[in-house]
Design a binder for this molecule. Sequence first.
Ligand SMILES: *Cc1c(COP(=O)(O)O)cnc(C)c1O
Length: 419
Amino acid sequence: MPGRNFLFVPGPTNVPERVLRAMDRAMEDHRSSAFPDLATGLFRDLKQVFQTTSGQPFIFPATGTGGWEAALVNTLSPGDRLLAPRYGQFSHLWIDLAQRHGMRVDIIDVDWGEGAPADRIEAILSQDRQHEIKGVLIVHNETATGVTSDLGAVRKAIDAAQHPALLYVDGVSSIGSIDFRMDEWKVDLAVTGSQKGLMLPAGLGIVCASPKALAAREQAKCPRVFFDFGDMIKANATGYFPYTPSIPMLYGLRESLGIILEESLEAIFARHHRLAEGVRAAVRAWGLKLCAKAPKWYSNTVSAIMVPEGKNAGTVIDVAFRRYNLALGAGLARLGGKLFRIGHLGDLNELMLLGAIAGAEMAMRDVGIQVTPGSGVAAAAEYYRSTAAPLAERPAAPPASDAVPAPSGRASPRTAVRA
Ligand SMILES: *Cc1c(COP(=O)(O)O)cnc(C)c1O
């Protein structure tokens, strides 16, 4: 099919040209004297993305699922009790992983479409006077339902109960796209993957551990080899890895962290909010509902859009793909057929999203969903026009993503981009 595929699943996301070019390189010796420069810079810049100074990042050749496992097995023992709200397929899968490692999970079932219930977490932790619960698992952005939880409120709940449980956060579809403050919210283990906000292919599971989490390793009896923090700490201290790292992925990460820090986290969070608001304006104009039950739960990285009763969202996704070369996300587990998802995270802008909104609108009409032609596109376009930055604030030079990359393939410093 000519033209570009419109990739709007909430991961993998579009990989910027700059990152693709940075990854396209010959292999090298990962034990050479030159190698540590690369790794050391990655750890330094990852800390900025996690918004931590005291946390320690780990990069595993894995995916987000590997990150979940690394966070748990390094800090817990089989039989340990955990507390976890469940409000979508990703919170469900993380709980399942913990259970398969022999952990006992107290599950708080929440309606799919809502997020972490801070009040119930506080009540349960307050009752746990013996401090049997070792950790609280929270999915920051539930990608299955398009719901973002209030991590600040969860932290307050744990503190109010004066409970020492570790706070484990899945930030796979939030970190680098939605404000995530590891230090301020005293997150002990933060997990992400490479193929969402970091704009890379799948292939890295990244975990950041607080000093309290690192100390918990002493008591943690889960067997661990590939995911052992201890082996990583030893090798990473000198800029190496305990086994062969994926070199293209590391150069890709080098470039994507450069892009993120050039735009700035603050600007990235604002961009994701604005792009998401345009999608939500389109959904309202279509007369459809989001899976997220209230505005306080709305996700700025993914919108899960319910199709009317009696219609199958699966056919919308199939038509969009085969007829318009547009990839939309499917409903997962119990939401199968009930909704489709538009991922709006990573390397994207207004007009890319208008393409996705137009394609979704066309595919819905094709399968007999009575949305007014052009209504979603018009609502989003007018929202983007009315909220666009004044021209005076726009650079006259081409935007950073069009700039020529530094010859080394490393991140171009800001000044080089401007020049
Ligand atoms: C994508 C995703 C994951 C991890 O998935 P992998 O396929 O293992 O990378 C975990 N949690 C959330 C919230 C996600 O969006």
